[in-house]
Ligand binder design. Structure first.
Ligand code: ZN
Length: 285
């Protein structure tokens, strides 16, 4: 069953039901489930991350550089997951090629937790890579910045890891009391790498800004930070730079500097912010 009862039609918002290898709503809108096992609910094709960037990211993550972050995410979910009689629905909004939701599924399964896992990303290439590898997760191509393709209060937990945010829609699709875990870079994330390449700094008060952004709909529960050094070789430096959000806007001079760098030790730093969806939702939007 493909995320039964959670998905809403992107055209008319009616609930989608599985009919063999497609999802259909009561108004006869139909969406095929691909042979890889994902469904594309994007109405307008958008450029997501480029394929070479996705491959670089998967290769970088597979070397375990961000495994401590993945472990932190799994611990936070395990600690804060609401107790319920039925398996909770856990959404990774902005899942990329599926690394974090895939490891979460494996980790919770190892602790005998049953849940329904959903990964959403705007990049069809990313979702295809994710769906091929993580068969226990439902993957959907959709845009975080638009109305989310889920029915109201569908989710008991949501992850948002270095991804765009949509507070009002996150609140709508989360059940009252459900948890939202947002991962943002810490202010000294890749500090030595950014300083060597004269790249932009991360805002000092990013954490406070995110808390303020979610204050209309969510209570802030706790934050957790993680920081450690990594030793990069040339290939890993290139991959780390490719994973930065402004990669396509880097100057030829920066690209030339990256090509010359052979090794670098740099700090990586992350902040995990835990929120609880307020009930009832405040009207003060
Ligand atoms: Zn429809």
């Amino acid at each position: 069953m493909f995320c039964a009862d959670l998905l809403a039609c992107p055209i008319c918002n009616a609930v989608l039901e599985q009919d063999n290898s497609s999802l259909k709503c009561s108004n006869a809108h139909s969406f095929d489930i691909s042979s890889e096992g994902y469904v594309n609910l994007l109405r307008k094709k958008l450029p997501g991350d480029a394929k070479e960037m996705l491959i670089a990211r998967r290769d970088f993550l597979e070397q375990g550089h961000y495994q401590p972050l993945s472990d932190l995410i799994n611990d936070l979910v395990y600690t804060h997951l609401p107790v319920s009689s039925s398996p909770p629905a856990i959404l990774d909004a902005g899942c990329g090629e599926g690394y974090y939701i895939g490891r979460l599924q494996q980790s919770l399964l190892a602790q005998n937790h049953q849940a329904n896992y959903i990964g959403l990303d705007v990049s069809k290439d990313a979702v295809r890579m994710a769906a091929r590898r993580y068969k226990q997760v439902c993957f959907v191509v959709a845009n975080i910045k638009e109305r989310l393709i889920f029915v109201d209060e569908a989710m008991q937990m949501m992850l948002n890891i270095f991804a765009p945010r949509n507070p009002a829609e996150f609140a709508r699709v989360l059940a009252p009391g459900a948890l939202l875990l947002i991962i943002i870079p810490g202010s000294d994330h890749l500090l030595q790498l950014r300083s060597a390449l004269h790249l932009l700094n991360i805002e000092e008060d990013k954490e406070q800004k995110v808390i303020a952004q979610f204050a209309p709909f969510f209570d802030f529960v706790t934050s957790s930070s993680l920081s450690y050094p990594l030793q990069f070789n040339h290939k890993e430096i290139v991959q780390a730079v490719m994973m930065t959000p402004n990669y396509w806007h880097l100057s030829p001079e920066v690209h030339a500097m990256v090509e010359k760098m052979e090794a670098l030790e740099t700090t990586v730093s992350f902040s995990g912010l835990v929120f609880r969806r307020r009930d009832p939702l405040a009207a003060s939007v």
